[in-house]
Design a protein. Structure first.
Length: 497
């Protein structure tokens, strides 16, 4: 009997999510550490370098993860049809070779010019950190292809174990560096570790901890490397690049759309406050990471899920049902975070809690980002990936305009609203084009109801009379249940439609 598609998607989402949730929960415990050990400006520096890492990783990956899913499935279909030469392994092997070559060249360049790059960024004397960033990008990008293969082969458990151990390693390294190392160096000032990190705690410890975790991750994935066949195939490489590079070009402004505000703060806020404001902004965004996490774990499971059901008769109806379920769960997450924010917000250091003002804005921005991911599958499934570039560029333009116009006056509040405006514009454009080239019958009445109902409940919670913490939490729990009952009925009817 064929697997129930909802059960398979939900099961794999749960496994991917379990690793991500466990890892992110442990990693989230670093937020109290960072916001108490580091100053706002130092935490802003961590955010600044991580923004560059995220942007450059999209460039170096070349969009090949999605390209691997598409062409590996074609190879599998051909093999099942009797083509003895077809083999999904050669798709992943050639993708790995492309990324490895590009990343090695990039690492060599940034290592040679590390001191000049650090000076240009305003971090004179931090050339070693530039080398670490280059190494992180090299390892993270090549292992992304290996993770893509695990996803394609539905090895969700192995994927989850490796990812969890990676982030646990990063968390452990942070704790050792920030809490144990200073005491150790007080009695061992010439220790070998001081060749790699500074003798006093600062933002560089966080970057070094990421590098350590990347090395551990690569070691765990070495068996996957040995499964590859390093035999270049020009035809495969060309097909992968022609399909994937437009996705990279679309992904680049997409990541810039997400992270450009971190860079623009340096240009549009006063020099004496921009790093501190960036640190506070990042702390507020961190509280919204629960929604971002759900979107990410859904994406891991949904992308191969959508491709593998492309040829089924009722695939578009299934995609539409998935969208309704996704939005319903996202809005439940929104209410959970916002109605328990008085407790969750205590994770932040006192000086950072002002950033909680932007948490509801960022939560809704992540909901829209997830909806955009669902809707954008039309150009991936239809092969019209060139439209991805223009859709994402439109979103990036909105981000730039709002930040340039409003950031000088409203600081990170402008950045938060720019996220919502940008994702909304992208979603609308993608929906219009999708209806033309690959129409999917989304049930917008149910989707809008879930969003509006959740926002209405949140609005009611804002007008409740003041009360002590635990009675307030009890009332808010009742409000969450008030949302879950009608939306649960909607999901039940959707599943049995």
């Amino acid at each position: 009997m064929a697997k129930n598609p909802f059960k398979q998607l939900a099961g794999e989402t749960a496994i991917y999510g379990l690793s991500s949730i466990l890892a992110r929960v442990v990693n989230f415990l670093l937020v109290p550490l960072y916001t108490r050990v580091l100053t706002e400006a130092q935490y802003g520096s961590v955010t600044y370098f991580l923004a560059y890492i995220a942007i450059l990783q999209v460039v170096l990956a070349l969009g090949l993860e999605t390209g691997c899913f598409r062409y590996a499935q074609k190879e599998k279909n051909a093999a099942e049809a009797g083509d003895a030469a077809a083999d999904p392994n050669r798709i992943f092997s050639n993708a790995f070779m492309i990324v490895l070559g590009l990343c090695l060249a990039f690492f060599a360049v940034v290592s040679i010019f590390s001191n000049g790059i650090s000076s240009a960024l305003g971090y004179e004397g931090f050339g070693k950190i530039i080398v670490y960033v280059g190494a992180i990008l090299l390892i993270d990008t090549v292992t992304a292809i290996l993770f893509a293969r695990l996803r394609y082969e539905h090895k969700a458990l192995k994927f989850a174990v490796v990812r969890t151990l990676k982030i646990l390693t990063e968390t452990g390294a942070n704790l050792l560096l920030y809490l144990a190392l200073p005491r150790y160096l007080a009695n061992h000032s010439g220790a070998l570790i001081t060749r790699f990190v500074s003798a006093t705690p600062d933002f560089t410890y966080a970057i070094f901890a990421i590098l350590v975790s990347c090395i551990v991750c690569l070691l765990m994935l070495l068996p996957e490397v040995f499964r590859l066949r390093f035999v270049p195939d020009k035809k495969v490489c060309k097909a992968l690049l022609v399909y994937s590079i437009p996705l990279m070009l679309a992904g680049l402004p997409g990541v810039m759309n997400d992270l450009l505000d971190r860079v623009l703060m340096q240009a549009f806020r006063p020099e004496q406050v921009w790093l501190s404001e960036l640190g506070v902004y990042q702390a507020g965004v961190k509280i919204a990471v629960i929604m971002s996490l759900f979107v990410q774990m859904f994406r891991y499971a949904a992308e191969p899920f959508f491709f593998q059901r492309e040829k089924q008769k009722d695939s578009k109806t299934l995609y539409a049902q998935v969208m309704t379920w996704f939005v319903a769960f996202c809005m439940a997450g929104f209410l959970f975070v916002m109605l328990y924010l008085d407790v969750i917000g205590l994770l932040l250091g006192k000086d950072f809690r002002i950033g909680l003002e932007i948490t509801p804005i960022m939560l809704m921005a992540y909901v829209m980002l997830g909806m955009q991911f669902n809707i954008s599958m039309w150009y991936k499934l239809s092969g019209k990936t060139n439209y991805a570039v223009w859709i994402t560029l439109a979103g990036l333009l909105v981000t730039i305009v709002i930040n340039v116009v409003f950031m000088p006056r409203y600081s990170y509040h402008a950045a938060a609203w720019a996220h919502i405006a940008s994702y909304l514009v992208m979603m609308i454009i993608s929906l219009v084009l999708g209806n033309k080239y690959y129409p999917i019958p989304y049930n917008w009445k149910k989707i809008i109801f879930c969003i509006a109902f959740a926002l209405a409940i949140y609005a009611v919670s804002r007008f409740l009379p003041e009360m002590s913490l635990w009675p307030k939490m009890a009332v808010h729990t009742g409000l969450i249940l008030l949302y879950l009952v009608p939306t649960g009925l909607i999901l039940y009817k959707t599943r049995n439609a």
